[in-house]
Design a protein around this ligand. Structure first.
Ligand SMILES: Cc1cc2nc3c(=O)[nH]c(=O)nc-3n(C[C@H](O)[C@H](O)[C@H](O)COP(=O)(O)OP(=O)(O)OC[C@H]3O[C@@H](n4cnc5c(N)ncnc54)[C@H](O)[C@@H]3O)c2cc1C
Length: 303
């Protein structure tokens, strides 16, 4: 810790991360930092040793952290200074990057702002949603995006990004891993509260009936190769639904979800995902691309 700058927020060594992920697996952060506010974050990033990799985590609902030590510094914006919603003019909401998507959808409904209902179906932070251009039921982040404020991980510089600079595409943004998102402005349009709430309820019902929403899972494991070839269909037709490895299982409810069913390790989950990729490749000649982000070092004994 002696090479790390003094901070106002929380700084720990050997900090357990499993509880911060939906899979409830993964190892320890070599260093864990939860900044107090933007200035604290910027100051820390300016002064932090440049040879230590930086990892960002939100609610851990789209991430697999490998077992063992996660080298470098893991940053989580777990402070009320990054978790807020402000109503601006013209149906714009300014949100801290650690704000839950579900809370934003509810706030928008309370204020009769339409167009953000899809966020009700995405259990993570708006920061995580920006990174992956998250979406469901035909809407995605890029449809509501106005601007983003972020801090550079190498220099601590604070910068605003517009829509073009974010380069959103299917479950992807072009900003890369060089920036910590700290706040975002998103825009809806005037609507009727009752119909907004009804849309949100419909989204919840559809999701709950088709996905293992309340299990230890990180959502869709793989991106859809194309709308005609959704990953779940390829996985199912390759005979992988219900496949188990260690404590992990390919969900019997939705084949693109892997679930930590019985004290799985991250290695169990990743090995199962790799097995699925291989089987789909053997059957269809398509190599599935990961939607979940995998971070950390693969341990030799698990290969
Ligand atoms: C049951 C279930 C259903 C889901 N359904 C959907 C769905 O319909 N559509 C969809 O798109 N996703 C879905 N997801 C995935 C997930 O909820 C979204 O991707 C979510 O927005 C991720 O947010 P998070 O805070 O959990 O990010 P994490 O999983 O913690 O991180 C995801 C990525 O974002 C980066 N990141 C996080 N915070 C920041 C930040 N402040 N600055 C820079 N980078 C950051 C991380 O480094 C990582 O690369 C689902 C997940 C689950 C568990």
């Amino acid at each position: 810790m002696k090479n790390l700058p003094k901070v106002k927020g929380e700084l720990f060594e050997n900090y357990e991360l499993a509880t911060m992920t939906r899979f409830k697996t993964g190892g320890m952060a070599e260093v864990y930092f939860s900044p107090y506010d933007i200035d604290d974050l910027s100051h820390f990033l300016k002064k932090a040793p440049k040879d230590m990799p930086i990892h960002l985590i939100g609610f851990g609902s789209n991430i697999l952290i490998r077992d063992g030590i996660l080298n470098g510094i893991t940053i989580r914006l777990q402070n009320s200074n990054f978790s807020f919603i402000e109503k601006m003019e013209n149906n714009i909401l300014k949100c801290g990057a650690f704000t839950s998507n579900i809370a934003i959808a509810k706030f928008a409904a309370e204020n009769s702002i339409q167009g953000m209902e899809f966020l009700f179906g995405i259990p993570g932070t708006i920061g995580g949603a920006i990174q992956t251009n998250a979406g469901c039921f035909g809407r995605e982040i890029k449809d509501v995006f106005v601007s983003l404020q972020a801090v550079n991980i190498k220099t601590g510089e604070i910068k605003n990004f517009d829509l073009k600079e974010c380069g959103f595409s299917y479950r992807k943004s072009e900003i890369g891993n060089e920036w910590v998102f700290v706040s975002v402005e998103i825009k809806g349009e005037p609507g009727k509260k009752e119909s907004i709430l009804q849309t949100m309820q419909n989204i919840k019902e559809k999701k709950d009936s088709a996905q293992p929403t309340y299990t230890k899972t990180s959502g869709s494991t793989f991106k859809n190769p194309s709308p005609e070839k959704p990953a779940w269909k390829l996985i199912k037709e390759a005979g992988c639904q219900g496949l188990k490895l260690g404590g992990a299982i390919v969900s019997p409810v939705h084949a693109n979800f892997i679930v930590n069913e019985d004290n799985a390790t991250s290695a169990d989950i990743e090995d199962l995902a790799e097995k699925v990729r291989l089987k789909v490749y053997e059957k269809f000649g398509i190599m599935l691309e990961y939607e979940i982000k995998i971070i950390g070092t693969r341990r030799i004994e698990n290969i």
